[in-house]
Ligand binder design. Sequence first.
Ligand code: NOJ
Length: 465
Amino acid sequence: MKYQFPEGFLWGSATAALQIEGGAAADGRGPSVWDVFCREHPEKIFERATPDVTCDHYHRYEEDVRWIRELGHNAYRLSISWPRLFPEGSGALNQAGVDFYRRLFDLLRSNGVTPHVTLYHWDLPDALARRGGWENPETIAAFEAFAAACFEHFGDQVELWSTLNEPGWTTLNGYVTALHPPGKTDLKAAVQVATNFLIAHARVARSFHKAGRRGKIGLALNLSPVYPATDTAEDRQAASLADAIFNRWFFEPLLLGRFPEEALALYNRCGFLPEISADDRALLAAPSADFVGVNYYYPHHVSAEASGNDFHLNTSGRQDENCRFSIGGLFRFVRNPRGQYTDWAWEIHPDGLYELLIRLRDLRPDLPVYVTENGIGRVEELAGGTVDDQERIDFVRLHLEAIHRAIQAGCPVRGYFMWALMDNFSWINGFKKRYGFLFIDRQTLARYPKKSAAWFREAARRNGF
Ligand code: NOJ
């Protein structure tokens, strides 16, 4: 075996409540901001898909745990639906929601699968969204109460907690590109919301630690290395600024207890500096994560030539539909002419993951890291009861090799979660963009293991490949 992983390495895949559960109105669940967004703006979602049923995991979780075991996982990353526990976002707890997750966690554990649980994977209860969502400090307080309820009810079953999933990506699309709810383009609000997420994380982590809870708490960040498109001083500067805004704004407070100067200077010039109370400022000045989760898909290439705002995500899965991201006067993301791209125009670049891991190691050599997401979306069809997704096997293998190299170089990576366990509701991409180890037949919702599932089971079994 060429790549032997450390003993106890976690091999799993990931999902999120809204993307797989369905049961949107079952047993007292309230609406989330995504349920409402899909209803009110069907034209923004590929083929007008909705999360109403998606994989119906809420009713089929027993079968899904059997698959998880069949796939050789010793861990599984999932999220808890906030509106299933608190239909109104705060106030009365919905016991049926608690019971569902207790049953699920029990089943996972009795099958030898460690649950890695995210508290917030974008399904903000609509009631809170209507009162200003993450712009309103009330939402931070409601999140603290939701988190406390989760620790109380599941603390004996769960030891690995992430407060938030991809605060950067959800802020970017909610408040800059307007592609996700609440569909705004308001850069000042974006900076405030990004900061409110960090405050929410830090407060929850503090109460977790103060209460002496069992286990570890961290969060999952979307990180992308940022390369200058050319070697000019302008592009290098633009790349460094983009790095400060998209990466360092999130990991520096968590790991080092400070915000990046470059971003602060920009926000100061633009009048975007976020409001932070003295208490929260003190809280943010101390590192607050027991581990960091890295969601890695692709790198950015940055050009300083950006005349206006322009945002577009490929939602068709056609190679010729380019993603566009430009903030006038600051920078623009460009395509790498030498890059290899997925059907959705995301560059495949495993070395980028290695570089990110080494960067984290250099900042905090002892801080455990999980690769909480990594995967490839494809257009796929079932043939003979399976999918020949050799491309996914290659993608996963190359990224695992990069992780292995980072571990050899001293980065304490403790686990890998492939996105995703099964094909799911891929936000504005609907159901066409398939990410799973399991193919979901959209007519019958039957699950079929793809070729990659067998490859991964073997790698997990041997703790390497
Ligand atoms: C990251 C997100 O966390 C997940 O929800 C999403 O589906 C994947 N990226 C793939 O786009």
